[in-house]
Design a protein around this ligand. Sequence first.
Ligand code: NDP
Length: 401
Amino acid sequence: MSKVLIIGAGGVGRVVAHKCAMQPNVFSGICLASRTQSKCDAIASEIDREVYTAAVDADNVAETTALLNDYQPELVINVALPYQDLTIMDACLEAGVHYLDTANYEPRDEAKFEYHWQWAYQDRFEKAGFMALLGCGFDPGVTNIFTAHAKKHHFDRIDTLDIIDCNAGDHGKHFATNFNPEINIREVTANGRYWQNGQWVETEPLSIHRKFDFPEGIGPKDMYLMYHEEMESLSKHLPEIQRMRFWMTFSEQYLTHLKVLENVGMTRIDPVNYQGQEIVPLQFLKAVLPDPGSLGETTKGRTCIGCVLDGVQNKQRKHYYIYNICDHEQCFEEVKSQAISYTTGVPAMIGAMMMLTGKWTGTGVFNVEQFNSDPFMDALNQHGLPWKEAILDGKPEALVD
Ligand code: NDP
């Protein structure tokens, strides 16, 4: 029985608050804090259990530490933005609290997705006797755990890994992003990168694409090679994997809008002077785009996120696919959110549950693939993200070099 503090009352924060509230035996007390307290209050009012709320500027270590000292949680679930990761980790060390997040730290002025800033906290968390669990959403998060599960139960050696993220949903808007638009567009417009024979190979943004035939009636969709942060930790913890790639599907409509926005300079992250005031075009764009948290009501269709692995078991070559399919409308019915926030928030709750129930223990900074995947995989089936696995006859055509 433990108290938890959730920071960030956005799309993902809503799901984490709802799902933690459904597990009173694990989360005895819940506090939801964000920059804007009214957003926390709105979420708390949807939940049939007491959820405390607070205003906090998580960029401010002293303010965040004061809230931690006041509420005294066992664990902070950070689902604010990646910019706040380090300040929240600092506050956790000050107050003596465990930490969990779903996205790695990014400096505001450069779209870089790297763990080194957070891995550098290893000694401090270890010495203080607390755990920081990084990247416990779906991707990163469940995709890392799927890989660990594959290694444990299906392979003696993994040679290649393709992580494939498909959102086959439709929100009915001309252009909207499924999670925070600023973070999403920074990610999509960055150079692609994949891991091959111990080094990174860099590609132009969205320059490599293939058509993958998704299971259970979702059908063929265009997917694009991108860089994604779980490859950094997986290449460290499973160095045997010779090649790792990450793919995401995009509709033609999304890409056309994005290209135009890029061409006219609206995705820039450097400040420009407008009528005597400095504004960052991408931040302004965020202000006029639909709030991802509001898309739940109109989004229909399903997501399909998973991993295709190739390797050897008992001296035999093996091709293996593991995935989850999640229905946007069912998520909305359950927790008033679309499937992208749902598939991120549920693993964050499960990761917190692993830590608070002692299934995953340790002091220092960890990525999820470092722990036993079995209890997490069982929990996915119990808490709304059931997974399926299939042994394939060969490598899917879209993934052949
Ligand atoms: P939103 O933009 O919907 O929500 C973010 C929330 O963080 C907002 O409510 C905002 O506060 C709050 N916030 C921002 N700055 C501060 C601050 N300085 N202090 C306190 N609160 C702050 O984003 P999402 O919910 O879509 O995403 C949340 C996180 O989840 C992001 O880090 C994102 O990268 C990550 N993510 C991870 C995925 C994965 O699979 N691993 C997939 C999708 C998202 P307010 O509104 O109160 O001003």
